[in-house]
Design a protein around this ligand. Structure first.
Ligand code: FES
Ligand code: FES
Length: 78
């Protein structure tokens, strides 16, 4: 089963230092780029991201990045 492309571009999110975020790997969440539990019944699970600093993070929206959960530019080849 393949993940669904939520969008062919990253999501820019201002994360807070010390906070954990759960990135949606399946593409089905309606709260992109984060997991909302929609992966239930599939083989997908969210990927945890812990912010080491307060900054803007570009989370992968296409779900094909090889540096999940971070965008690595793969979306430009889709
Ligand atoms: Fe996609 Fe949870 S909704 S991983
Ligand atoms: Fe997935 Fe950029 S949005 S690699």
């Amino acid at each position: 089963m393949h993940s669904k492309i939520a969008q062919k571009a990253p999501y820019a999110v201002d994360v807070e230092e010390g906070k954990s975020y759960f990135w949606c790997s399946c593409g089905q969440s309606s709260n992109q780029p984060f997991c909302d539990g929609s992966h239930k019944g599939t083989s997908f699970t969210p990927i945890k991201f812990k912010a080491d600093a307060s900054k803007t993070v570009f989370f992968c929206g296409c779900k094909q990045s090889s540096k999940k959960p971070i965008c690595d530019g793969t979306h430009s080849k889709l």
